[in-house]
Design a protein around this ligand. Structure first.
Ligand code: GAL
Length: 969
């Protein structure tokens, strides 16, 4: 952050300008599928627009995602031997090893965030099965940045969105956080540690990913954004705005706004909080003001209320967002602001009729999600998170559950915008202070999102049926309600529903994981208790496979396999759909994920549970849910595909999924089946396979409303590349999934191709590859991937600036494919610049004043903590009687200096001085007036002792008046 505050604000507002308020919901490409799907890719048609940028809530924060140095493995500092080294090592600012300010990380790898180092690992049988057979281990990250001296006195805050798993963070050599959570943000008040001007700030993070919090793939490292914020001395706390739209009994609305303020100002400060509510067009529809007085080094709150008449409601169909713009004024000047998207909606769970949104019954058609995608693991770029949710929305899904942890905040931004409601789940079931803080952080961070409708305090805890479990939930629910009493609290239970004592008694909505056979009995015994399935299904499908083969770890996609505790997609949903008192369901899972390979383990490395595979390619479950869940568009789909060489004449099961009234099935023009649609269970026929065309036509009121077909395809002749979008933002942050498939001579998608494809890219980078095969051990990084049952995927990130992205795919014997995408010139989000630079010689020992000139060997005894002072470069020795002082430090040159030599630079020395390196004099300064001193440093590795003997004249400040640094030659 060498940029001054004003520029920072400018950069921030440039981004806001680009966003232009809260953009409307994007068009769902999936709704533009060709009416007759024969030969079409089972993916949406590309769109030609960028997704709307996510809201900028806090313009004072700048991303710090670029330029991290990364080391995979642990770095043990050298053992401490001497007393003085030990004494110094435990002092503030003096962390050792890779946490030390002057540690040489020049041979580490430079990485950008989000980063998941586990996604680079090979699959190994000996590694943990639940985490997907990938080594996790320990890793280190370091990052440097500068702060403009104009920022002195301001509040500087560093935030890590999430680090997997246990993280220790140091700032400028002081440990500032021990964070034992892979899902909670780490927030650091950097103000007291900050250095300004030329001296770089150094952040070091040790990540212990051997620690696990889940039984699924959790990734490793800095897999969410990192932000640096600079705030006025009196400012709005992070997550300090709570806008809480409420409907009054008379039908009118108001928004109580509570703003938490924080101060590092020297005295109690009076301030004004101003709030404006902007409608989606940016018009001000309400304003309010409050005064508060914030004590020094403390917090304060300001509350106000915004009356709103007749707002447009937020709903799943029309997710209308307003912006709550809160400004903080001190002496009439704006010193801080937030722009928080909010939505007007009512929610309610009814014990008989389920969930109501805006007083209309809404069945929750939900899925459970882990944050994990092919190729990138947990480090999913924001745009790809949005794309995944659009895939769900296109299926008629209206709800997601962030299982079993706090989601990445951008997921909630997308859900607000797309119209998906969210069960927001806490990770650790534990009311001890550390975990209470994690729970409260979650509620504070997420309570403004209209999408969030339920807080879940746990998932499947064995103590759920015990008095102790009840005591724990009681406390946790109480803390949640204290921060947000507008949403019910639930807990995802898997049993103990009928225990005389169980946690359902102390939550608002009973969450059922599985145990679908107990729904009726529970409802009868607890007729006033609202309930929902919090998790169900756990069915198995291999995408594109239609015959189970346990020996090869393949599960058919006919929806006939499920875990013993679960049910097939159709049966699980029917149990929910048939019962109005069950608010809805959350299918385990929306997408396959790495790890927890079930029902097959090694060599299987991923799950089979997804409605879509790891890449977001649809399984039959996608059409099953589309038929059951989509109400506003006609749906008809056929399983399986129709390319079965060698099956001629053999009976073949055909499933038709539709939401119409009647379907007709035709094989090569002949009707082979006709039936009233069973929307939930689908319609099935067995027909003798004959190559050609199988077609399903759906009717409503006797009129055709939709048709689809599969055709038997020929040999592959060419590869094809299909993007999700034809345009990308030239900001290196955008990302999209591109599908690779093979086509026959008629240009038809071949569902059975399993060939290797290789890629090149110009104008962007491939950040991961996948194909949805849970049994594949091909690397997920690199420039090649085999198609699996016809499909593979690459995740592409653009370079910066306007231009083209050109991707080529080749396969042996096939015509290659070339894809050209437009890279649009956009203003990239600001990033804190890296402070590449010289090494600082910051810490020195200083002798007492001597009357005669000491020798350069003059040094403190190892146990001397007091005779020789500990001084920092830049701290002058005050004027004193004429005499000598010795300044000593020991440094280890960085690799470049060790190899080529460098320069020791004293920005300013007061007094006459001689400079000694390892006992040899290398420079002299004869003028006693303050001035620079520069000397060469000879090449050579290992420790050097630097000694500066200063002769003070008695009437001026002396010693290390400025920065001391070592420059690479
Ligand atoms: C549930 C659990 C999920 C997943 C699933 C697999 O018990 O909540 O995390 O493990 O089973 O069926």
């Amino acid at each position: 952050m060498t940029v001054a505050r004003r520029e920072l604000l400018l950069l921030g507002s440039a981004v806001v300008g680009l966003v232009g308020g809260i953009a409307p919901m994007p068009v769902f490409a999936a709704r533009r599928r060709p009416a007759d799907g024969a030969g079409a890719l089972p993916m949406p048609e590309p769109v030609d627009t960028l997704p709307a940028a996510l809201p900028v809530q806090d313009p004072a924060r700048v991303l710090m995602d670029r330029g991290w140095m990364f080391y995979e493995g642990d770095v043990e500092p050298a053992p401490l031997e001497t007393h003085d080294a030990t004494y110094a090592s435990v002092k503030a600012g003096n962390a050792r090893g890779a946490a030390a300010v002057d540690f040489d990380d020049s041979d580490w790898q430079s990485v950008d965030l989000p980063h998941d180092w586990a996604s680079f690992q090979p699959f190994e049988k000996t590694a943990n099965v639940a985490q997907g057979y990938r080594a996790r281990g320990i890793g280190w990250y370091r990052r440097t940045f500068r702060l403009d001296p104009a920022l002195r006195g301001r509040r500087i805050e560093l935030e890590f969105g999430g680090v997997a798993t246990n993280a220790t963070v140091w700032v400028n050599g002081s440990v500032v956080s021990h964070n034992f959570s892979g899902y909670s943000a780490i927030r650091i008040d950097l103000t007291p540690f900050a250095r300004f001007g030329d001296e770089a700030n150094v952040v070091a993070v040790r990540v212990d990913a051997n620690a696990m919090e889940g039984w699924w793939y959790e990734g490793a490292g800095l897999y969410r954004h990192v932000w640096l914020g600079d705030y006025a001395p009196v400012s709005i706390a992070t997550d300090g705005v709570h806008g809480d739209p409420r409907r009054r009994a008379d039908g009118g609305w108001h928004v109580p706004v509570t703003t938490t303020l924080t101060s590092i100002a020297p005295t109690e400060t009076p301030i004004t909080v101003e709030a404006r509510l902007l409608d989606p067009q940016g018009r001000v529809v309400a304003t309010g003001q409050a005064q508060a007085s914030v004590p020094s080094l403390d917090e304060g709150t300001a509350t106000l209320d915004l009356p709103v008449s007749d707002p447009t409601l937020w709903s799943i169909e029309r997710p209308t967002l307003y912006t709550l713009h809160v400004r903080l004024l001190r002496d009439g000047q704006m010193v801080d602001e937030r722009r928080v998207p909010i939505g007007f909606r009512t929610i309610r769970f009814d014990a008989d009729k389920g969930f109501f949104l805006n007083e209309k019954p809404v069945k929750l058609k939900g899925v459970c999600l882990h944050q994990d995608h092919a190729g990138v693991g947990t480090a999913i770029p924001d745009a790809l998170i949005g794309w995944r949710l659009e895939r769900l929305k296109a299926m008629g899904c209206n709800a997601v559950r962030s299982s079993h942890n706090a989601p990445t905040p951008e997921l909630l931004d997308w859900c607000d915008r797309l119209g998906l409601v969210v069960m927001d789940e806490n990770r650790q079931f534990n009311p001890a202070p550390e975990f209470r803080a994690q729970l409260e952080w979650l509620v504070r961070r997420d309570r403004n999102h209209p999408s969030v409708i339920l807080w879940s305090v746990f998932n499947e805890e064995p103590m759920q049926g015990t008095p102790s479990g009840v005591e724990m939930v009681k406390r946790m629910a109480h803390w949640v309600r204290a921060l947000d009493d507008s949403r019910p609290v639930t807990a995802a239970m898997n049993g103990a529903f009928f225990n005389p004592i169980n946690v359902a008694q102390v939550v608002d909505v009973t969450g059922f994981n599985y145990y679908q056979g107990d729904y009726d009995r529970y409802h009868q015994l607890n007729p006033t208790k609202p309930m929902t399935s919090s998790e169900d299904t756990s069915a198995f499908m291999t995408r594109g496979a239609f015959e189970s083969d346990p020996a090869r770890h393949i599960a058919s996609s006919y929806d006939d396999e499920a875990a013993s505790w679960g049910a097939t997609h159709r049966i699980a949903w029917k149990k929910i759909a048939d019962r109005p008192y069950v608010a809805g369901g959350f299918v385990w899972t929306g997408f396959d994920y790495h790890g927890e390979p079930t029902p097959y383990e090694w060599p299987t490395i991923a799950s089979f549970f997804g409605i879509m595979d790891l890449c977001g390619f649809p399984k039959t479950a996608f059409d099953i849910h589309r038929a059951a869940w989509v109400d506003d568009l006609p749906v008809v789909a056929i399983a399986p595909h129709w390319t079965w060489p060698g099956r001629e004449g053999k009976p073949t099961k055909v499933m038709v999924l539709s939401n119409a009234e009647r379907v007709v099935l035709r094989l090569n023009g002949k009707t082979v089946g006709e039936a009233a649609v069973d929307r939930l269970m689908g319609n099935e026929w067995t027909v003798p396979y004959a190559p050609g065309r199988i077609e399903a036509i759906a009717y409503r009121d006797g009129r055709e409303v939709a048709r689809t077909a599969h055709e038997t395809t020929g040999a592959p002749v060419a590869l094809r590349l299909t993007p999700a979008r034809t345009v990308m933002a030239g900001d290196t942050e955008d990302a999209q999934a591109i599908t690779i498939d093979a086509v026959d001579a008629k240009g038809r998608h071949i569902p059975t191709a399993n060939l290797m494809s290789r890629f090149t890219i110009d104008g962007g980078a491939i950040i991961g590859v996948g194909n949805g095969d849970p049994n594949s051990h091909e690397p997920e990084k690199g420039n090649q991937r085999s198609l699996f049952n016809g499909l593979a995927q690459m995740i592409v990130r653009p370079d910066t600036g306007r231009g083209r992205i050109v991707i080529r795919a080749t396969a042996d014997g096939l015509k290659p494919a070339t894809l050209r995408l437009d890279r649009l010139g956009v203003v990239p989000r600001a990033q804190v610049p890296v402070a590449a630079g010289d090494m600082d010689l910051r810490d020195w020992r200083r002798s007492e004043r001597q009357d005669t000139r000491p020798s350069p060997d003059f040094a403190p005894a190892s146990n001397d903590n007091n005779g020789w002072a500990f001084v920092r470069a830049g701290t002058p020795t005050p004027a004193e009687a004429a005499g000598y002082r010795v300044y000593r430090t020991v440094m280890t040159p960085r690799h470049a200096v060790a190899a080529r030599g460098g320069e020791i630079r004293f920005a300013s020395v007061g007094g006459m001085a001689s400079l000694w390196v390892d006992g040899k004099m290398v420079a002299e300064k004869r003028d006693p007036q303050p001035g620079p001193l520069v000397a060469p440093l000879a090449p050579g590795a290992g420790k050097r002792t630097i000694v500066l003997i200063v002769a003070g004249l008695g009437n001026i400040e002396s010693g290390l008046l400025g920065r001391v640094s070592v420059r690479d030659r």
